[in-house]
Design a protein around this ligand. Structure first.
Ligand SMILES: Cc1cc2nc3c(=O)[nH]c(=O)nc-3n(C[C@H](O)[C@H](O)[C@H](O)COP(=O)(O)O)c2cc1C
Length: 442
């Protein structure tokens, strides 16, 4: 089988020398490695080093065009199964975020269709500068995978965050990304996200603190992995996820209707929304005036969206729910799993700092029918990928693959391909800093 090609872009920082180790490790893992450098990178390390390690010429000059039968930056972009920029200078991050393309590394970045993995490295003050952080955010939202820098003593003499992630960790990220790529192709994934709103009068409503970030991260991750994704979103302050069919809803009743309609075509339904549980028994059609005194609200229950979806679940469909808990995560998660006939429950530990609503990180316990696994605090996009990994494992065990409308009969007898514990013990720890893009960020 042809070896996947990993293109490595090297820009001009002190850590450029570590890119040599990265290339060497990628080679050892069996990848074809092609190196591109900025002019400034060549001030730190010679192209000859990379040429010797990779057995391929290194391209620095976009206009050199050694092979007249092709255009170098397009050919190398087309060949890439992944494009890793390591180290990525503050300058290169700025160019990537703004679509500038005035050297081989950034020009190729625009032409590449493969996943973009960016490993920044710089002085701590540069790294923490709002411009750099905003550029990283833009890249994340666009789907780039950022391998966060480590902390420690930096070459500039400062101690802080900015040290290039270890080459071994970058290789692990490359491997995870390549493995996951397109593994949801042919599957339709429906995700619900955000809160719902129950109107009291034309200007007041009942709702909750859900930001939608977790659901948006799942939609982005599923789309990155080749799924056809439909995102049913309550009112949130997040940008639509590129490449995903967006449906906006307001009330729990709206969500119920959209969910039931979407469920019929779903292979996987992931309920990450936090629908309002109660609504006013009647909505006032005019604004309640303060002069009228304090209104007395009579509430009623809203429909249980997940229960309704579950009732319509057919064989071949995988149903994932979320539960926000403060204690007894596994017990409460399993109770919900059984009660609502789910395949997986993701229990949010909302008592944990950095977990739950409105933040970019989450600490969850994945509760399956027989096993459960507590994951450490990690970015919502990482959690999203681990949920999808687990969904795929469940579907493989159920014998469910692809288009549910064409496949309703589960095949029996698929082997157990490893427990949750085995799988997650092989996962990276959060300090390794894989974070991928999309709606997880807002
Ligand atoms: C000794 C030295 C070390 C540098 N190290 C870094 C670094 O680690 N990260 C960074 O973003 N810029 C660093 N710079 C600044 C970049 O080299 C400079 O911004 C340059 O324009 C980047 O060019 P490039 O992004 O085209 O490679 C360094 C500069 C010098 C002189």
């Amino acid at each position: 089988m042809e070896k996947p090609t990993v293109v490595v872009g090297v820009s001009g920082g002190i850590a450029a020398y570590k890119a040599a180790t990265l290339c060497s490790l990628l080679n050892k893992q069996g990848y074809e490695v092609r190196v591109l450098m900025t002019e400034h990178a060549t001030r730190f390390i010679q192209p000859l080093t990379f040429q010797s390690l990779t057995k391929h010429p290194v391209i620095v000059d976009t206009f050199a065009e050694p092979d007249p039968s092709e255009i170098a930056h397009i050919a190398v972009a087309d060949a890439a199964s992944a494009y890793v920029i390591a180290p990525a200078t503050a300058n290169v991050l700025g160019k990537l975020a703004h679509g500038l393309a005035d050297d081989m590394v950034t020009t190729t970045a625009l032409a590449v269709q493969a996943p973009l993995i960016v490993a920044p490295a710089m002085n701590v003050h540069m790294y923490e500068h709002p411009a750099v952080q905003e550029n990283l955010q833009v890249l994340r939202e666009r789907g780039a995978i950022i391998v966060d820098p480590g902390s420690g003593l930096l070459a500039c003499g400062y101690t802080g965050t900015g040290r290039l992630a270890e080459p071994e960790d970058i290789v692990r990220v490359v491997e995870a990304v390549l493995k996951r790529r397109r593994d949801l192709a042919g599957q339709t994934v429906v995700v619900t996200a955000g809160p719902t709103i129950e109107d009291i009068d034309p200007v007041r409503y009942l709702s909750n603190a859900s930001s939608g970030k977790m659901g948006y991260a799942i939609a982005q991750a599923a789309s990155n992995r080749g799924a056809k994704v439909r995102l049913l979103s309550g009112p949130v302050a997040l940008k639509p996820v590129p490449g995903v069919e967006m449906t906006y809803v307001r009330s729990t009743q709206d969500l119920l209707e959209a969910a039931l309609q979407a469920m019929s075509a779903a292979d996987v339904f992931i309920s990450a929304a936090a629908p309002a549980d109660f609504r006013p028994a009647s909505k006032l059609d005019h604004k309640w005036k303060k002069s009228q005194g304090v209104p007395v609200l009579t509430l009623e229950s809203t429909p249980d969206v997940l229960a309704a979806v579950s009732e319509r679940k057919k064989s071949g469909q995988t149903l994932v729910g979320f539960a926000a808990e403060t204690n007894q995560a596994v017990e409460n998660g399993r109770e919900k799993l059984n009660r609502k006939n789910l395949d997986l429950v993701v229990v949010n530990d909302v008592s944990e700092p950095g977990s739950g609503f409105a933040v970019d990180t989450n600490k969850v316990v994945l509760v399956g029918k027989d096993q459960s696994q507590a994951l450490p605090l990690m970015s919502k996009s990482e959690v999203a990928d681990l949920i999808l990994d687990e969904v795929l494992r469940i579907r493989a065990r159920q014998g469910s693959q692809g288009d549910v409308s064409k496949q309703r009969t589960p095949k029996e007898g698929f082997g157990n391909d490893g427990s949750l514990e085995e799988r997650f013990s092989k996962q990276r720890t959060p300090k390794e800093g894989l974070s991928s893009g999309g709606g997880q960020t807002p």
